[in-house]
Ligand binder design. Structure first.
Ligand code: HEC
Length: 247
């Protein structure tokens, strides 16, 4: 009997774990919440203001985003679309990848499914870990993505920081660089917390765009889990009934 209950509990637990999903990344957690429409709207705004100068979102359309974020056509066109694009257009940009290669050394990639490729935690850390580095062509460097050719686009919000490293040389003469901490050179227009919240919303929007159906899927999830739980219980009761006469 005890064993049966244990099996039942572990079945239930594994169904919950599988449903919750998960990835692993060392660094700060992004803690995004796909169900927060306010966060998605704020992220969309930051994306269109700061990222679409270089990055397209070719597999999204403005009207789809508006619908998913509960915005009317007017709200979308007035507050979010900064180009002369039409409401039904794809979220494309004018820069070609050849121009991107020429200007930045590496063309800015399309960001529609970047959250699937990198994961939200990586994206969050990438966007909060920029620092000034006079030795690189862009003048910036990044703890999460070393020598990235993308400059720190949000520096006015976060401020200017330099990174302190401790360089040690081992017996074989190899140099090791260890990160000690950041030092603020010039504060940004936002506090550290406000900046992190802004980036969290932006990453949340990138996560949504990589799979818009998540919004629907998440609203089904509790019902699916309820079904799995009830079904497991019924299956268990059935088993108890069948095995009553088996000795
Ligand atoms: C001035 C142009 C420019 C702007 C604006 C810009 N980026 Fe980039 N971005 C780049 C370039 C160039 C790369 C390629 C970097 C590389 O691979 O070295 C890049 C790469 C990236 C990557 C890494 C993709 C990967 O996995 O290799 C992410 C994520 C990203 N950008 C996000 C953003 C976000 C979010 C914004 C808005 C806050 C933004 N970018 C604004 C130029 C830009």
């Amino acid at each position: 009997m005890k064993k049966n209950i244990l099996i039942l509990l572990s079945l239930l637990a594994s169904s919950w774990v599988m449903a919750a999903g998960g990835g692993s990344y060392i660094g700060e957690k992004a803690h995004t919440n796909i169900r927060s429409v306010d966060s998605l709207r704020s992220g969309a705004k930051t994306f269109m203001n700061y990222c679409m100068g270089c990055h397209s979102m070719n597999f999204q359309r403005y009207n789809r985003v508006a619908e998913d974020l509960g915005l009317t056509e007017d709200e979308m066109m007035e507050s979010l679309v900064l180009t002369d694009a039409k409401f039904t257009d794809k979220m494309e940009i004018a820069m070609t990848s050849a121009q991107g290669d020429k200007w930045f050394g590496k063309a800015p990639p399309d960001l529609t499914v970047i959250a699937k490729a990198r994961g939200v935690d990586w994206l969050y850390n990438f966007l909060i870990n920029y620092y000034v580095d006079p030795t690189t062509p862009s003048g910036w460097n990044n703890l999460t993505f070393e020598n990235a050719s993308m400059p720190h686009i949000l520096w006015e919000l976060q401020g200017l920081r330099k990174a302190d490293f401790e360089v040690t040389t081992d017996e074989e003469g190899n140099k090791h660089k260890e990160f000690i901490g950041f030092e603020t050179i010039q504060p940004g227009s936002m506090s550290e917390q406000e900046y992190k919240d802004t980036v969290r919303d932006l990453v949340n929007f990138l996560d949504y765009s990589s799979e818009p159906a998540q919004l629907i899927r998440m609203s089904y999830a509790p019902w699916v889990l309820l079904f799995v739980s009830v079904f497991t219980l019924l299956a268990y009761l059935l088993k108890v009934n069948y095995f009553r006469d088996v000795h």
